[in-house]
Write a protein that binds this ligand. Structure first.
Ligand code: KG4
Ligand code: ZN
Length: 342
């Protein structure tokens, strides 16, 4: 069984071929650089860029996998959440291919693709606890099976990746600045500055990051005014931001593990995924914490943390095995929720 996956929910145009032996035959990701000058993704620009890139990315993915369209069992494409125009381009291409090849089409939830990715690489049984941290989402999810997801906690305002990107922007990095901020924090001195970790004492595993971003921007303005926004202090700010984020993630993950145990009887596996899961300080802290609670820790390799189509193809395989295919008129849904059955 070979499934062709298409991902186009935001600013990555991606096509991948994955088989049911868990082999990634190809995984092509083209990141749109056109948005850098605007400091964020411009929806119209993104949709047009997907349209012009997709045919080439598709051909590259097939060539690299050394398969032809005839060898494909099914086509899976992201149908939400994401930017409406961007979702339309990828999913319409997927439906058109499915129609022309007379193969099943599988609509995939982008978030479900992120949280199922570790099952492509390891034998992880349901239920498991997932932490999805990306540019658009920050959620704890009890993954009980395919199409059976329960959100245990979510962000009340900004997503974690968004907080990284906004803070990075204040420090002069182009979008998306998350990985630059991680790099910068390495040379920062601990406790030169401190920011209060958000929602530290609340009993839920919900997040909030917008207050932290405001505190960082106020500190930067203060340093600028006093001519103290030196390269060293930028690194110290990045360090203080990281420390606050780690404290918040640690507290919330502890609550989520307890909640998961109470609802599911035991806690065996923990998965972190999404673009921010590429952050090594976060991975290391989570691994230590999860092991302390007796759980196995899984994080995808860096290439599969950010948006890619191998995760979409894999979610397609998981669904196809259970006969969960979609109609060719399945609608895209920009605000698609993980708990909605598609
Ligand atoms: O999953 P993803 O590729 O796209 C969404 O679905 O949102 O996540 C992108 C996010 C961006 O906010 C980016 O800055 C962040 O992941 N990111 C990081 C790192 N690498 C990517 N954030 C912190 N540290 C990193 N190393
Ligand atoms: Zn994503």
């Amino acid at each position: 069984m070979i499934v062709l996956g298409i991902e186009s929910s935001c600013d990555e145009t991606a096509v991948s071929l994955v088989n049911d032996n868990k082999e990634i035959l190809s995984n092509i990701v083209s990141s749109q650089i056109k948005h850098k000058q605007y400091g964020g993704v411009v929806p119209e620009v993104a949709a047009r860029a997907h349209l012009s890139a997709l045919p080439f990315i598709l051909k590259e993915a097939l060539d690299e996998a050394k398969v032809t369209l005839k060898d494909i069992s099914s086509i899976a494409a992201t149908i939400g959440p994401g930017l409406y125009g961007s979702l339309l381009i990828g999913s319409t291409a997927g439906k058109a291919l499915a129609f022309a090849l007379n193969k099943p089409f599988i609509g995939v939830n982008h978030l479900e693709a992120h949280i199922l990715t570790p099952r492509l690489l390891h034998n992880i049984s349901f239920p498991y606890l997932a932490l999805l941290i990306s540019g658009g989402h920050s959620q704890f999810i009890a993954v009980k099976g395919i199409n059976n997801y329960k959100i245990l906690g979510t962000t009340l305002d900004d997503a974690l990746g968004e907080a990284f990107d906004k803070t990075a922007r204040l420090l002069g990095f182009a979008y998306p600045g998350g990985k630059h901020l991680e790099e910068l924090a390495k040379s920062g001195v601990l406790n030169k500055f401190t920011f209060k970790p958000p929602l530290l004492f609340s009993k839920s595993c919900n997040f909030s990051f917008s207050g932290l971003k405001t505190a960082v921007s106020q500190k930067i303005a203060e340093l600028e005014q006093s001519n103290n926004l030196t390269e060293e202090n930028k690194a110290n700010i990045a360090k203080a931001f990281e420390v606050a984020i780690l404290a918040s993630l640690k507290a919330k993950t502890t609550i989520a593990v307890q909640q998961f145990k109470a609802e599911n009887g035991s806690f065996k596996h923990f998965v972190v995924s999404g673009g921010v899961a590429a952050n090594n300080s976060i991975r290391n802290m989570l691994q230590e914490l999860v092991n302390k609670h007796g759980g196995n820790f899984y994080a995808p390799p860096l290439a599969l943390c950010g948006d890619n189509a191998a995760m979409v193809a894999w979610a397609g395989i998981e669904k196809l095995k259970l006969g969960k295919t979609s109609a060719l008129n399945a609608k895209v849904k920009p605000n698609l929720n993980l708990e909605e059955i598609i």
